[in-house]
Design a binder for this molecule. Structure first.
Ligand SMILES: NC(=O)C1=CN([C@@H]2O[C@H](COP(=O)(O)OP(=O)(O)OC[C@H]3O[C@@H](n4cnc5c(N)ncnc54)[C@H](O)[C@@H]3O)[C@@H](O)[C@H]2O)[C@@H](O)CC1
Ligand SMILES: [K+]
Length: 547
């Protein structure tokens, strides 16, 4: 799994490498700056053809130091380079100071103060390529795109951002935001955003198209939704040895899922020629009353498609006809209440082959729902609790206390806030200091309190285990799938997790694998997706994965 680091963890591994004598800080900075230049040419090969103009904004720390290296290397390529420094050059840290001086042999450094960017843009316009012409329809087009010859490098702040910007810097950055750039690069972080949480600490942040980070991405790169302007994300290898005992966060990727070509999934419950449907578990998913059964049916379809051997919908008698008219491969069983000889859940659960349950989608928050959640939790079987079940847990502390290690909670933001109001308050408080409390911190704290796996949904889904293990399933950058935010998509996710639990996955791995496949289905299908499509796309995704 790609390990995502916090600023403190990154600093620790860098300091260890320097202390071991393997590399100097100056060499790391040189590799970082060179990496940025290479990433620029890789991203925009057209820029390597001729010389261009670069505007580099350097900050008061080592991020600024990287900026001076980039400026020097671009100058050596024959580019026209303007460098601005925010802060006192005498106070630069040692390696940044060396690179400030090296740049000083090639060009000037202007202070970054309000107005300086406007003047720089004016200078750029003197050489602008004006495109005045008739377009195909005969309309006069006039376009002046400063981005056509200027590349902007944001090396103001990286992992060391600590507090809100002073007003003078805010003025400068608002000036920056007035222009639309075709070529804009964030060095390590978009300045203003926290590298641990992705939150805006500075009061404003710098927009870019390309983000270049170093050695391994930071946790904050994959949290929140502030980095929507970044179209491309690159990681430069700084080439030093490190490993860390710290609790790092994993970024989920295909190779982490141990999907196995011969057996679908390498988990001891593979689908092979020797197995039959009872080898792959039996999932029970509860439906709500009439007119509310769609959510559970979506979950059931998801559980079946992801490979549960059998899936049964537990329905109240009033909804039996509705559900029966809609399902075929999925079975149906009357479950009227938590207990009772006629249609009681306790009777259904006498069947030990039912090894995974899903409760919540469309369940309702009335007495039946509450009784079913209670009996479900008492059974201690692998269980996904979603939607209305989460509301019921939030309302009843005694019910919440019944959660056990085989549970998976799948809240979205609103449900999370109901279940863990104090944690959500910390998470949603305006960030004023770095590093800020993050969605990773919040999900870890929630998992510990609940004593089970918590999957906190979003384009930055965070999955945490009570023992501290944590991963992010990102639907950002090249995995962006905004069309996944559609009614019922969460029900399908709950069904995917349930299906994998039925197949014997442990709760953490079931949640991680399901979340990753859920995004893959959305990416495979593309815009126009509705929740019903997600389970139906799984066979294609499996096939594309070579399963
Ligand atoms: N960790 C690594 O392995 C490497 C880090 N490098 C670079 O070094 C960066 C981290 O350097 P630093 O720790 O010096 O951190 P930064 O350069 O991000 O900024 C720290 C400086 O900014 C000041 N500061 C923080 N918030 C401020 C605010 N709101 N207003 C004004 N000043 C503020 C701090 O007092 C400090 O002087 C990384 O992001 C990366 O760009 C690279 O040079 C190479 C290797
Ligand atoms: K930056």
């Amino acid at each position: 799994m790609t390990e995502l680091l916090t600023a403190a963890q990154m600093r620790a591994i860098e300091e260890a490498a320097i202390a071991s004598g393997e590399v100097t800080g100056l060499e790391l900075m040189e590799r970082a700056g060179r990496g940025v230049v290479e990433a620029i040419f890789e991203e925009w090969p057209e820029l390597a053809q001729t010389s261009h103009r670069a505007v580099v904004l350097c900050g008061p720390g080592n991020n600024g130091g990287d900026g001076f290296v980039v400026a020097r290397l671009l100058k050596e390529w024959g580019w026209e380079v303007e460098v601005f420094l925010y802060g006192d050059p005498e106070k630069l840290p040692p390696d940044a100071k060396v690179n400030y001086e090296r740049w000083g042999e090639k060009g000037e450094v202007a202070p970054l103060i309000p107005g300086s960017l406007d003047q720089s843009v004016d200078r750029g316009l003197e050489n602008a390529i004006y495109k005045d012409q008739y377009d195909a329809s005969g309309t006069w087009e006039s376009e002046t795109n400063i981005g056509q010859q200027t590349i902007f490098i944001d090396a103001l702040f990286g992992t060391g951002l600590k507090r809100r910007f002073e007003e003078d810097l805010l003025d400068v950055l608002k000036e920056w935001g007035d222009y639309c750039y075709e070529y804009a690069v964030a060095v390590d972080m978009p300045s203003g955003l926290c590298s641990d949480s992705g939150k805006c600490i500075g009061g404003h942040w710098v927009f870019s198209k390309l983000l270049v980070t170093f050695e391994t991405p930071k946790v904050g790169h994959f949290l929140g939704h502030n980095m929507y302007d970044i179209k491309s994300f690159k990681t430069v290898d700084l080439n030093f040895h490190w490993n860390t005992d710290a609790d790092t966060v994993g970024l989920l990727g295909y190779t982490d899922l141990q999907l196995d070509k011969d057996g679908w999934f390498d988990n001891g419950m593979q689908k092979t020629l020797r197995t039959h449907k009872y080898s792959h578990g039996h999932a029970l998913i509860f439906a709500g009353g009439p007119g509310k059964t769609g959510a559970a049916r979506l979950a059931a379809r998801g559980a079946l498609r992801i490979g549960a051997g059998l899936v049964t919908l537990g329905v109240p008698p009033s909804a039996q006809m509705e559900v029966a008219s809609q399902v075929t491969a999925i079975m149906l069983r009357r479950v009227t209440d938590g207990s009772g000889e006629v249609d009681g859940l306790d009777v259904t659960l006498r069947d030990d082959r039912i090894n995974a349950l899903c409760i919540g989608p469309g369940l309702g928050i009335g007495a039946r729902g509450e009784a079913l959640v209670k009996t479900t939790l008492e059974g201690k079987r692998a269980t996904v609790l979603d939607a209305d079940a989460l509301t019921l847990l939030a309302q009843d502390k005694a019910l919440f206390d019944c959660l056990h290690k085989n549970c998976v909670l799948t809240p979205h933001g609103g449900e999370f806030a109901r279940l863990f109001p104090d944690i959500a308050e910390k998470l949603n408080a305006p960030a004023t200091k770095g590093p800020a409390y993050s969605k990773v911190d919040a999900t870890r704290e929630a998992a510990k309190r609940a004593g089970c796996v918590v999957l906190f949904k979003g384009p930055d889904t965070v999955i945490a285990h009570p023992d501290g293990r944590c991963s992010i399933n990102s639907a950002q950058y090249e995995r962006a799938a905004p069309w996944l935010a559609t009614a019922g998509s969460g029900d399908v996710l709950a069904g995917f997790i349930t299906g994998l639990l039925a197949r014997g996955f442990d709760p953490m791995r079931a949640a991680e694998t399901a979340a990753w496949l859920h995004v893959e289905c959305a990416r495979s299908l593309g815009p126009g997706l509705i929740a019903e499509d997600l389970p139906e796309e799984l066979p294609k995704v499996f096939r594309d994965l070579g399963l």
